[in-house]
Design a protein around this ligand. Structure first.
Ligand code: SF4
Ligand code: SF4
Length: 715
């Protein structure tokens, strides 16, 4: 209905488009759909080179994940302009795609029903009155999103990767958006149907065209040209999806649809599989799982992980983004997608190209990069696409350990753990030395206990940390908790060994602990395990269930908080004044494995406010789930770094900057590393566990004496 005004509220589909143009467009569309399908199939073939994943989520879970993680973009927020730009671009693109799809449906239905161009099936009336402004808003959102992304890219923040083809993609999207509005402006001018209030952006374009001298009679040619430009650009964009950075939208959707594992989880290693294949860990790219290979393509190189990585911040040769991108390049080279692929020269082997001939571990990814990771999970937590650089790192560490490529002090710690059941290499007979005068009952002496206090190797053998265990005992007694310890039967959980890559040692230690648990009826619903170590808690919660265990485990700050709320643990009103802590300020360092991995941030703060007074707690800039790593996790505790090269040194600086006299912690590893970091620094900050602060001044039920408050970290 060229040049005519509808009495019906609608607009003609394919108006001013000749029959020949329509046929060419159909053929091009078919070719583009074919290219898209071919590109996805090629990529899927690449992903299928990996090991099959054992767990497969059901369809209900997949649909929920698609809704929450993909459609609602739950993991994208929280990054200021970058998040806003992504929401606008994604939202605009999705709405425009759905709108274009609806146009196609209308066109096919109308053709099947033999309707003419003036007689649409549903593209009219109220539907059209909603459709048109929604599409205009979506087009605007897409353009604003592109402009915001362009501004960010122009400023070149160090965290985002810079590739010239990204500019091409942005230009393509902008051209599609602008030609879309231009097309609508030309249509309005040609048909003289402004649809006021509906095509509000198109109407502005129409006015602009009129002011430059265009008239209704002379725009048909321009309209036709703009239509083809818009159509070709849109089709090119669709065809480019599998071959450009836009691939992340396809791979990311696949990745997010299967769900995100809880933080702190590592992939399981079935021992039967190890025995059958003789392989452990990943030395070749095809040994990663299919899900991991999808993750490589999902990574959009946004740099969030790099920004969050404490090892990168400390100048270690580790960038989680580069780990993922370099493995991706290696995957493509190995499977023949392209002959060479770039390797990040500053972090990797120093070359500028990688080929399939280069080994993955040692050739593409340096062991130094892998050993720099503290397994803090910050990279996994911030990745909007569900990529786990940590998962890749631990898999490759497993290979390095199995291949005897770990040397020096960390290797010695593993040997000691293997020999004696603890990384300190001390005798199991000395496990109760910390409690000689406390008469702490063992589980043999008190088999009917409700709570097992898991002391852990650090508090059993490290003289400073023994004070933490003694404080916990004092608090449990003050609250009248019926508890016992495993004493000489306790072994290292194997948490650090597992994260260092020694899976066999972990399984051996876990097996022994599980035997002890079974012997004394420690299982969910029968006895609760309380531990002051977030690493042990996480291992019992995430690692041990992979070996069939079902345990009820809780961190001491949460347990003590429960006791306070239940009125069983009473902190006297004058406690902060009596112990002197009320006259000082306290800052609290959230351990990664407690705050980020387990989400426990309120309980320790509630206890600290109770012990030191609500107004005395000052926060560091990075706190709660966004805490900064102390540098000891993932076996880094056993690496001999020079003081100026330690990963947690910026954290110590942050703590000193608060001016607090007490740095409260709730993890034995954090206590050791922060105390080490503070030693030699010009400050009067002492590190203390939350339990120590709380136990100060409490009258021990057993002795009837108040323990002397400890005022320094005592190293
Ligand atoms: S792994 Fe995730 S956070 Fe890191 S660069 Fe890739 S997409 Fe961004
Ligand atoms: S787990 Fe932590 S240290 Fe390791 S790569 Fe990720 S952010 Fe960096």
């Amino acid at each position: 209905m060229d040049g005519q005004t509808h009495s019906l509220l609608t607009r003609e589909i394919f108006g001013n488009v000749s029959s020949t143009s329509k046929v060419i467009f159909y053929l091009l569309s078919l070719a583009v759909v074919g290219t898209l399908a071919w590109g996805i199939a090629l990529r899927a073939r690449l992903w299928r080179m990996g090991k099959p994943n054992t767990e497969r989520p059901g369809w209900r879970i997949i649909l929920i994940n698609l809704w929450k993680l993909v459609f609602l973009q739950r993991r994208v927020g929280g990054r200021g302009t970058a998040s806003v730009a992504h929401f606008l671009l994604f939202g605009g693109f999705v709405v425009l795609s759905i709108g274009t799809g609806l146009i196609a449906v209308e066109h096919v239905l109308a053709s099947l029903l033999g309707r003419g161009p003036k007689d649409p099936v549903f593209h009219k009336g109220l539907y059209f009155a909603v459709y048109e402004p929604v599409m205009e808003l979506a087009g605007l959102a897409l353009l604003v999103g592109c402009v915001l992304f362009a501004c960010r890219r122009w400023k070149r923040p160090p965290e985002i990767g810079h590739e010239s083809r990204d500019w091409l993609l942005l230009s393509l999207l902008v051209t599609i958006g602008v030609t879309g509005f231009m097309l609508e402006g030309l249509r309005i001018l040609r048909e003289q149907t402004p649809l006021p209030g509906l095509s509000f952006v198109g109407a502005i374009f129409a006015q602009g065209l009129e002011t430059v001298g265009m008239t209704a009679s002379g725009v048909a040619g321009w309209h036709s040209t703009a239509w083809w430009l818009h159509a070709v650009m849109a089709l090119a964009l669709i065809a480019l999806f599998p071959f450009s950075r836009l691939l992340h939208a396809i791979a990311g959707t696949v990745r997010l649809a299967v769900g995100i594992e809880p933080l702190g989880t590592l992939s399981s290693v079935p021992i039967e599989q190890v025995e059958a294949t003789g392989e452990i860990g990943v030395a070749r790219v095809e040994q990663f799982t299919r899900r991991q290979l999808v993750e490589l393509d999902a990574c959009v190189s946004c740099g969030r992980c790099e920004q969050a990585c404490p090892a990168f911040e400390a100048g270690k040769p580790l960038s989680p983004r580069n780990i993922v991108q370099d493995i991706r390049g290696h995957m493509e080279a190995t499977f023949g997608w392209r002959a060479t692929s770039p390797v990040s020269p500053q972090f990797q082997t120093g070359g500028t190209d990688s080929t399939a001939a280069r080994s993955l571990v040692g050739g593409v990814i340096l062991p130094e990069a892998l050993w720099s990771c503290t397994t803090c999970s910050a990279c996994v937590d911030v990745c909007p696409l569900g990529v786990s650089p940590l998962g890749f790192i631990v898999d490759m560490r497993r290979f390095l350990v199995a291949d005897s490529q770990l040397r020096g002090s960390p290797a010695l710690a593993l040997q000691k753990t293997d020999r004696t059941g603890n990384p300190w290499g001390m005798s199991a007979q000395d496990r109760m030395a910390w409690a000689t005068d406390l008469h702490v009952p063992t589980v043999q002496e008190n088999p009917d206990c409700e709570v097992i206090y898991w002391v852990g190797c650090a508090a059993a053998y490290d003289r400073r940390l023994q004070k933490v265990a003694r404080s916990v005992v004092k608090l449990l007694r003050a609250a009248g908790v019926n508890f016992a310890v495993l004493g000489n039967l306790e072994r290292c959980t194997g948490e650090a060994a597992r994260r260092m890559g020694d899976e066999l040692l972990f399984q051996q230690l876990a097996g022994k602990n599980l035997e002890t648990f079974a012997r004394f009826g420690v299982r969910r619903g029968a006895k609760r395990i309380v531990s002051h170590c977030p690493h042990c808690v996480n291992s019992f919660q995430q690692d041990y269930p992979q070996l069939g265990a079902s345990l009820d485990v809780i961190h001491h700050t949460e347990f003590l908080s429960e006791l306070v709320r239940a009125g069983r643990l009473k902190i006297p009103p004058g406690h902060s004044a009596a112990t002197g802590i009320g006259a000082t300020t306290v800052t609290y360092h959230d351990p990664c494995y407690l705050a980020r991995v387990q989400g426990v941030t309120a309980a320790p703060r509630a206890l600290l406010k109770l012990a030191s007074g609500a107004g005395n707690l000052v926060e560091m800039p990075r706190h709660g789930r966004q805490t900064a790593c102390c540098g000891a996790g993932g076996g880094r505790m056993w690496f001999d770094d020079a003081p100026d090269q330690r990963i947690g040194r910026s954290r110590v600086t942050e703590a000193i900057a608060t001016g607090a006299q007490t740095l409260a912690v709730s993890c034995p590893f954090c206590l050791i590393t922060t105390a080490d970091g503070l030693a030699g620094r010009a400050c009067n900050t002492a590190v203390r566990d939350v339990a120590e602060i709380l136990a100060d001044g409490l009258v021990s039920e057993r002795t009837g004496n108040a323990d002397t408050p400890e005022t320094s970290h005592g190293f």
